[in-house]
Write a protein that binds this ligand. Structure first.
Ligand code: AMP
Ligand code: MG
Length: 332
């Protein structure tokens, strides 16, 4: 038995030097259980650092509002602890992200679902004490019984759950939302060229001294290697869900953190799912959905105007025909 929980970053920023411009500013913060990397180009250091400070505060605020972990009280935890049938008032921001999440849940046929909290807590991939073996089949069955949209209802004054096993988890979408909010803050602070990368969930604006940003996509199995790189400019998000982010190996089998709501077990059709679309909130939710759906999910994303790249469980790469950003595969 080997304990292997690690954080791995899906996207690598490849920057070419440019001596006539102010230096790029790079800053990192640990937020939402991951290293958030800011890269800002084309402005003086003090302006960039102040913008990063305000954006990082906003992202930390979002973590506190949405997390189901730690001691900090919030309305999501209050909902998860509520008596079935009791109404819990969720603030507009939580209500809004829940509505977006439910929409993706319907459209993805439940591959992504915000009511997966009981299963997430049972598997425990995001707990401070990382898991070393899978839960029992009976506990998985019990937790999975509440993972169903029919057990959550909106009323005029708030939301109620109908089962103690129905719990919210925004882990597959809140990071994207935090990136969108963080980027909005950077823009409001006068930043026009930046990358905001939260451990594989990324949004870019502008360019890098007139050139496109180069965003490398990591190989899900070969550490340090890339599958290729995107050429990105303007305002676009690239988000990857990967099985190398949090996992453990038990009795020779690999167990990773993206769960298939249909089985309660780690999804096993993919090793990496990348979505390119205009905002990070939707890219985040859909990359998780695509990871669960596997190759069969690509037409669904394409029909919604998203570009996607999928590495299946056998290491084969598949892509939508739709291309929003040029992708240059690495020579393997
Ligand atoms: P991501 O890295 O964005 O794919 O999100 C993975 C996280 O979202 C996990 O750590 C869980 O907290 C949660 N999660 C796992 N499986 C699902 C799923 N099928 N739908 C929604 N959230 C999920
Ligand atoms: Mg996600």
């Amino acid at each position: 038995m080997r304990r292997t929980i690690r954080f791995r970053f899906a996207l690598l920023i490849l920057l070419a030097g440019c001596s006539s411009q102010p230096q790029d500013i790079h800053e990192s913060r640990f937020i939402m259980g991951t290293l958030v990397q800011f890269t800002i180009s084309g402005v003086q250091q003090d302006k960039a650092l102040e913008a990063i400070r305000v954006a990082a505060d906003e992202m930390q605020r979002i973590e506190d509002v949405f997390t189901i972990y730690g001691a900090h009280a919030n309305t999501v935890k209050a909902f998860n602890a509520s008596e079935p049938g009791d109404i819990v008032m969720l603030p507009d921001e939580v209500d809004g992200l829940l509505a977006t999440s439910l929409d993706v849940a319907w459209k993805s046929g439940g591959a992504f679902t915000p009511v997966i909290g009981s299963l997430s807590l049972l598997w425990g991939f995001s707990l401070p004490e990382a898991p070393v073996k899978p839960p029992s089949a009976s506990n998985i069955t019990a937790a999975r019984s509440g993972v169903d949209l029919k057990y959550i209802e909106r009323t005029e004054t708030g939301w109620k759950r109908l089962s103690t096993q129905t719990m919210l988890d925004f882990g597959a979408i809140a990071k994207g939302y935090a990136i969108d909010r963080g980027m909005a803050v950077l823009r409001a602070q006068g930043i026009s060229n930046a990358i905001l990368d939260a451990g594989g969930d990324l949004r870019v604006i502008g360019d890098h001294a007139g050139q496109p940003w180069r965003i490398g996509l990591r190989h899900p199995r070969k550490e340090g290697a890339t599958l290729g790189w995107f050429e990105a400019r303007g305002d676009i998000s690239i988000v990857t869900s990967g099985d190398y982010e949090r996992f453990f190996t038990y009795q020779g089998r690999r167990y990773q953190h993206i769960l298939d709501p249909a089985t309660g077990m780690p999804a096993d059709r993919s090793s990496s799912a990348t979505v390119v679309t205009n905002n990070a909130t939707l890219a985040d939710a859909w990359s998780t959905a695509l990871f669960v759906l596997g190759e069969d999910g690509l037409p669904l994303l394409e029909s919604r105007g998203m570009q996607a790249l999928l590495v299946d469980a056998d290491g084969q790469m598949h892509a939508t025909k739709l291309t929003l950003l040029p992708f240059h595969p690495s020579v393997q």
